[in-house]
Ligand binder design. Structure first.
Ligand code: SF4
Length: 405
């Protein structure tokens, strides 16, 4: 580990400690770090020994409802599907029984889900990452999250002022998001910022300036995604080219050495080999309709949870559909099948008579119309993780778990 890396790590950790509450720090250390350490070890053992399957992490989309209307979003924002509180509780209980205490809570906009706070409060032994556009976060809501201590808001910023408004379908989205973000900072929450990178926001957001601006705003981490042209109105032209994905990877790698916040991606392992988190079994997704899905944008499923989700463990243990989908995707590519081979994916889904889980009911037609675009698999041109800290973390927590042979 170089001196520069040690200094950067110390500064970033100190900044988080200084800007959070003792309860928030305790929850992230115990509920997130320690429990995840144990959970990953259990998951690894289950995979290695061929024990019944249960993903390390469950992502839960609680509602389809959203107050924005982003282009290229896969959620039916005007839909009315949502999980019942009993189902949400049940998913968490079932997961805890398998040693999994960390959940991604998505929507729609999860803050539009009634009953959210009661559930998150009830499971004070868990840690929740709330995927939000932050426009509904007031001082009161931030204060409520501070009191609970077990939530990290992950605030999506899809571009600066003009790009945000254009991409998110409403006016003043950037300002409203920043207001929510500042409420989080005022309440001393540990929060992150995410960005889904396409051609239209590449220059603005894949930049040192954006990283420094977000660190100045108090973000503890920045989570970068690659834009996926899926959903009702995909913008295929906005997908990154192969060269841009390569530059993006180089950028992440360079920045991690001395960025003033933590930089996250879930696309590449320590050697720079591509990975699909769902193909490795690390995470799967429950939709607002209760569908047990491969991952959030893959909105067709065979199995659904019951009224209190008491069948979830059984579904994960025995789903031939999910097991075959994991196998097929891992055999197809280490990258993203949605981008690289949507037709093969659709054929698989149709052969299995998978059901559209959305309110709009047009997912099969949308997949049929998808064009192949570049994915994150850079076979033969892998770029090894430069920062020894990230290299070590990825080696420990982000590898293939046997999925790629
Ligand atoms: S299929 Fe694509 S979007 Fe889904 S988990 Fe894999 S890489 Fe991510």
């Amino acid at each position: 580990m170089t001196t520069k890396e040690i200094t950067t790590l110390s500064k970033n950790l100190w900044r988080i400690a200084r800007n959070s509450t003792p309860k928030g720090l305790w929850k992230i250390l115990y509920n997130f770090c320690w429990r995840n350490y144990r959970n990953m070890a259990d998951f690894e053992r289950r995979q290695a020994k061929g024990e019944p399957f249960f993903p390390a992490f469950v992502m839960i989309s609680v509602t389809e409802k959203c107050n924005l209307c982003c282009s290229g979003c896969w959620v039916s924002a005007n839909g009315r599907k949502q999980l019942s509180v009993e189902q949400l509780n049940g998913i968490i209980e079932q997961s805890k029984a398998q040693g999994s205490y960390f959940f991604g809570i998505l929507g729609g906009e999860p803050l539009m889900y009634k009953g959210l706070w009661d559930v998150l409060e009830r499971h004070s032994d868990c840690y929740f990452q709330l995927f939000t556009n932050a426009t509904l976060i007031t001082d009161d809501i931030a204060e409520r999250m501070r009191r609970l201590g077990n939530i990290t808001p992950l605030i999506s910023i899809e571009g600066l002022k003009e790009e945000s408004d254009a991409r998110r379908g409403k006016d003043n989205v950037y300002e409203r998001t920043l207001a929510g973000l500042r409420a989080c900072r005022k309440a001393k929450l540990i929060f992150g910022v995410s960005a889904s990178i396409g051609r239209s926001n590449y220059d603005e957001l894949v930049s040192r300036k954006h990283i420094e601006d977000m660190a100045r705003e108090g973000a503890a981490y920045l989570w970068y995604y690659i834009y996926r042209p899926v959903g009702k109105n995909p913008i295929t032209e906005n997908a990154l080219s192969k060269e841009q994905i390569r530059s993006f990877r180089v950028f992440l790698n360079e920045q991690r050495v001395d960025a003033p916040l933590f930089i996250i991606d879930t696309y590449w392992d320590d050697k720079g080999r591509a990975m699909c988190p769902a193909a490795t079994g690390m995470s799967h997704h429950i939709s607002p309709a209760g569908a047990v899905e491969f991952c959030p944008p893959l909105q067709m499923a065979k199995e659904f949870i019951n009224a209190d989700a008491s069948n979830l463990t059984d579904i994960f243990h025995n789903s031939e559909f999910l097991a075959s989908l994991r196998k097929m995707t891992a055999e197809t590519s280490r990258g993203c099948i949605l981008l690289e081979n949507p037709q093969k994916m659709l054929q698989f889904l149709q052969e299995w008579n998978a059901i559209d889980s959305t309110s709009r009911g047009t997912v099969a037609e949308e997949y049929a119309a998808m064009r192949v675009v570049a994915g994150h698999d850079m076979q033969g041109e892998e770029i090894e993780e430069k920062s020894s800290i990230y290299r070590m973390l990825k080696k420990r927590y982000f590898f293939g778990f046997g999925a790629y042979g």
